[in-house]
Design a binder for this molecule. Structure first.
Ligand code: SF4
Ligand code: SF4
Length: 412
């Protein structure tokens, strides 16, 4: 993992999580420090936002967002390169000294969210009233090109394990599991060595099979429990977090540093310096492009997230946010001419969510949104397995993404 020096300017959106947008608590001209809260919210579901650099607020303005189709209130900060830390950043305790309530409070104050993409506020997951017996750390990368979590397991195994133990204590759970794919034997070995003698932690090896990283599949494989379609892991007594989130939980308690930086993978055949980089939240993709020697000519595509489930970016002045697990740049496929469905059923056989993708495509083309919803499009995890195998080269993932957006908008 290579640390990237914070750039001259950062652009920190006040919405980087599931739930309500934060209200800014700073204005243009204010001086800020690393870890200082800049976005607050009293909403039931939200996550605080903090500055990743020290310097001066230049503006609070509406700007483009890497995941959302609309502009989002964003705090623009000029970095003074002094790296001054806010006074609020201090250790909140240790695994043995801190209470369950104070772990949840530290996580909330640090603005920790699920860092695998969903960005659900972690403190809310931990405050569920449902009976929970297992915390499952997802050590499977959600996409083939991404390996930031793998590097964290290898390079910071103690912080990952302590983060898991803090999550277990916060949710009153005696059992913690880290699930790692069998193509990462070195990570399995180091995690086993570091957790040896601790009977509350189990390191479980799972077969490397995309999309094993999807929560529902992982729970079924590791615990043999079936999350109902439309349900949550909490419904079957499990809290799932990813490796980066466990590391952020560790920081929230042991240093008190909020979630202001993250490790992400920069990969693909359009990248000269591929690797895993620790990047401040709010750094623009255009700045990362310069550092990593990314080439984007006409037939290359840049996505934030992975190559399959990621979001294509046409404007590179978008910031890295808490949930950005990767930036991938690759050549577009040449032959994308779609042909009529031949009803071969291959898409049905591979769908991990047990959907009928060919039928969903049919309903989408007929703009029959009610039928699409009834047949489960909202459960589609956009893994791309159906598209990959489709005999007619149907562009299913983009069809399902657009359909889900339309269905959500119809409900507003
Ligand atoms: S992208 Fe296709 S295979 Fe993956 S969950 Fe959605 S419908 Fe199923
Ligand atoms: S894989 Fe493609 S061609 Fe085959 S049934 Fe599914 S949509 Fe139709």
């Amino acid at each position: 993992i290579e640390r990237i020096t914070a750039p001259d300017m950062v652009y920190i959106p006040l919405l980087q999580h599931a739930g309500a947008t934060c209200e800014p608590v700073v204005k243009a001209g204010d001086k800020v420090k690393v870890g200082q809260k800049i976005g607050d919210s009293k909403a039931a579901v939200s996550a605080f936002v903090h500055s990743s650099v020290s310097g001066e607020v230049i503006a609070v303005e509406q700007r483009i967002h890497p995941l959302l189709p609309f502009h989002v209130n964003t705090v623009v900060i000029k970095n003074n390169k002094q790296d001054e830390q806010d006074l609020s950043v201090c250790a909140k305790g240790t695994l043995s000294s801190i209470t369950k309530e104070n772990i949840i409070s530290a996580i909330k104050e640090a603005g920790v969210v699920g860092m695998g993409g969903a960005q659900f506020p972690t403190h809310i997951k931990l405050s569920s009233s449902k009976p929970i017996d297992t915390v499952l750390l997802n050590g499977c990368e959600c996409e083939p090109l991404l390996n930031a979590d793998y590097r964290l397991m290898l390079e910071r195994p103690e912080t990952v394990i302590t983060g898991l133990k803090l999550l277990m204590k916060a949710s009153d759970v005696a059992k913690g599991i880290i699930a790692v794919e069998d193509n990462k034997p070195d990570a399995i070995e180091i995690l086993k060595a570091k957790s040896a003698g601790d009977s509350s932690i189990e390191i479980v090896t799972v077969k490397t099979k995309y999309p094993e990283g999807a929560e529902r599949m992982l729970i079924k494989r590791v615990l043999g429990r079936e999350v109902p379609l439309g349900g949550l892991p909490l419904d079957v007594g499990v809290i799932v977090n990813n490796i980066s989130t466990a590391q952020a939980v560790y920081e929230a308690v042991y240093s008190g540093m909020p979630l202001v930086k993250r490790v992400l993978t920069v990969a693909g055949n359009g990248v000269t310096l591929q690797g895993n980089y620790e990047v401040p939240v709010g750094m623009l993709v255009s700045d990362i492009i310069k550092i990593c020697g990314i080439v984007i000519s006409g037939n290359f595509e840049l996505k934030m997230g992975g190559a399959i489930m990621g979001f294509t970016q046409n404007n590179y002045d978008v910031p890295v946010i808490k949930g950005t697990s990767g930036i991938v740049v690759f050549q577009k496929k040449d032959d994308l001419t779609e042909e009529p469905c031949i009803k071969c059923g291959r898409c049905v056989n591979v769908c991990p969510m047990e959907l009928k993708p060919h039928k969903l495509v049919f309903y989408a083309k007929a703009e029959n949104w009610d039928k699409m919803e009834k047949t489960g499009v909202m459960n589609c995890i956009e893994c791309g397995c159906c598209e990959d195998i489709c005999s007619s080269k149907s562009h299913m993932v983009s069809i399902f993404k657009k359909s889900k957006k339309i269905i959500r908008e119809r409900k507003k």
